[in-house]
Design a binder for this molecule. Structure first.
Ligand SMILES: C[S@@+](CC[C@H](N)C(=O)[O-])C[C@H]1O[C@@H](n2cnc3c(N)ncnc32)[C@H](O)[C@@H]1O
Length: 389
């Protein structure tokens, strides 16, 4: 008989730079034995905690449940070890499955080949035992298996998420360069915003940072709009526990008392933002304008501004520098009392903001190294200009 209260090892994956905020989110939902890893956090918990982490952790990309760990030096060893796992405890022979694999610094160095060998071992095991074999379905399998081999050490996990958790389910329109939802939520948490003032994104594009801010401000789960999670197809899935978790979380929704406002120079971007915000039913929580940053007037008083300006992809260097100077001038002229945070992959352009950052945090937007820079805008900011060289 399975003891549902017994804790086991779980891994939550994230982007580089967000490990600590993810650890805090996990502690808040009851995770114990936290271990900060590279682009991941290890912890202990139950299946109920796996459901919660998928539903609530804004900075998690994927939640994995390790079921085996062994040393592997070649393909035969991999085949043999995979074949020792009691796969019928996790799936039926009629079920479909898929294998994802990540391999680094190991004798086996082709992740696709590792996935193929794993698949063969599982299929052969079922064929020998049941005279039938399960099929592979890479799009929508019943069981998604994750193989991670690092320095010849292999961890086999069940993937409880399915689609990456950045796919929140609210995005109808992407826009030109939408920032990843998990990264957006990570920036908001890294900023330390206490939901105690207005929130502005003056280059909001398709509205991702605004939507993530509104979800956080109102305590709406990051998984609220998702249609499904992979754990719902697990053999031991407990529907009652899952429904209870969702009910309890809804009771904790807050009403945010301040404003969340966005603007963007592009009408096309604002059209996308409107669509996404409406789809998320957050149109009463988020105000939108279609002005260039220098014409938009943020509410007076204290506030937080988090934005993701263009960097390099489409504008040439001169235009980028002019744009960052414009952002800096606008901050000095219109954002007194605000804490402004800018994420950019263009470290040179950031200097042209012309204000000294009080903090710089390294984060990654995909593979691109970025700085998330904090600027405190107070009355004397104008005098504290940096030389623009
Ligand atoms: C990297 S995108 C932002 C993406 C956005 N975070 C999202 O998730 O979709 C940069 C945005 O800055 C906007 N932009 C460029 N110059 C601007 C200006 N002067 N004022 C306001 N927005 C501007 C662009 O139209 C674009 O939507």
């Amino acid at each position: 008989m399975i003891n549902k209260k017994e804790k086991f090892q779980i891994i939550a994956k994230t982007f580089m730079g967000l490990e600590n905020v993810l650890a805090k989110e996990l502690i808040d939902i009851g995770a114990t034995d936290i271990e900060i890893l590279k682009r991941a956090v290890g912890f202990k918990g139950t299946n109920a905690l796996i459901y919660k982490a998928n539903y609530l952790c804004r900075t998690a990309l994927r939640i994995l449940k390790p079921i085996a760990n062994f040393e592997v030096n070649d393909e035969d060893e991999l085949y043999e070890q995979i074949g020792k796992i009691l796969w019928w405890e996790y799936m039926n022979v009629e079920d479909t499955f898929a294998v994802d694999s990540v391999v680094s610094y190991s004798n086996l160095n082709h992740s696709k080949y590792v996935a193929l060998k794993t698949k063969d071992a599982i299929v052969d095991l079922f064929r020998n035992k049941f005279k039938k074999r399960p099929s592979v379905n890479t799009e929508n399998p019943v069981l998604r298996i994750n193989i991670h081999i690092f320095r010849n050490n292999c961890t086999v996990s069940l993937d409880s998420s399915g689609d990456s958790l950045h796919k929140r389910g609210y995005r109808k329109s992407g826009g030109l360069a939408p920032i990843n939802e998990v990264l957006s939520a990570g920036l908001i948490l890294l900023s330390g915003w206490k939901k105690d003032c207005n929130f502005i994104d003056p280059m909001c594009g398709s509205g991702t940072i605004l939507i993530e801010a509104a979800l956080y401000a109102n305590n709406i789960p990051s998984g609220y709009y998702r249609k499904n999670f992979a754990f719902e197809k697990w053999k031991d899935f407990d529907k009652y526990v899952w429904e209870q978790i969702k009910k309890e979380v809804l009771l904790k929704e807050d009403e945010f008392k301040y404003k969340i406002i966005g603007t963007d120079i592009s009408k096309y971007a604002i059209k996308n933002a409107i669509e996404n915000i409406r789809f998320a039913k957050l149109h009463k929580d988020i105000e939108l304008n279609s002005d260039s940053i220098e014409y938009f007037n943020p509410p007076e008083g204290q506030g937080i501004m988090i934005t993701n300006p263009p960097y390099g992809e489409r504008l040439n260097t001169d235009n980028i520098i002019e744009l960052y100077k414009l952002i800096g001038d606008t901050l000095k002229n219109k954002y007194t009392g605000y804490t402004a945070w800018i994420i950019s992959g263009d470290l040179n352009a950031l200097k042209f903001i012309g204000l000294r950052p009080s903090r710089k945090i390294q984060v990654y937007n995909g593979k691109l190294e970025c700085k998330f820079a904090k600027f405190e805008i107070y009355k004397g900011s104008k005098k504290k200009l940096l030389p623009q060289s």
